[in-house]
Design a binder for this molecule. Structure first.
Ligand code: HEM
Length: 126
């Protein structure tokens, strides 16, 4: 039921698979790959920590890195509306390869979409 966090409903293993698959798509994406490091091992590790707490699990990210300040941490990168759209598309593809039923799937995607929109810090290059 909705008393359980998203994290509890999805579980550590599925979350980990989603994040690994997500960065596989990112690393092969012509519009996203250029702003990410070549080696995404550390990025994926941090994202697993972050999404664990974002979805109501233990605060693994904050324990190691302090307050997430996500928008500030993304300021060095040009995040255009198109890049935010590509980010969420990669995430939906990664989520949809796990057997996650509704309404959990939509709940996850809506929360991620909201945060992705919030990360936009640049207009499209003209
Ligand atoms: C880090 C891009 C949205 C969570 C990063 C990095 C880039 C990036 C380039 C740096 C990677 C590195 O140096 O290791 C983007 C783009 C987004 C986006 C293009 C499109 C909107 C999001 C969203 C979330 C998120 C929606 C969370 C739900 C994180 C986290 C880190 C990160 C936790 C690691 C921060 C750290 O270094 O501690 N992102 N991001 N990002 N991103 Fe995003």
């Amino acid at each position: 039921t909705s008393e359980q966090s998203i994290y509890e409903r999805i579980g550590e293993n599925q979350l980990s698979s989603i994040v690994d698959r997500f960065y596989h798509y990112v690393s092969n994406h012509p519009e996203l790959a250029p702003i990410f490091p070549d080696d995404l091992t550390e990025t994926a590790r941090k994202q697993k920590q972050f999404l664990t707490q974002f979805f109501g699990g233990p605060p693994l990210y904050s324990q190691e890195h302090g307050h997430p300040m996500l928008r500030a941490r993304h300021m060095p990168f040009q995040i255009t509306p198109t890049r935010a759209k590509r980010w969420i598309e990669c995430m939906i593809r990664a989520i949809d390869e796990e057997p996650i039923g509704e309404p959990l799937r939509t709940e996850m995607i809506e929360r991620l979409q909201f945060t992705a929109n919030h990360m936009v810090n640049s207009s499209e290059p003209s």
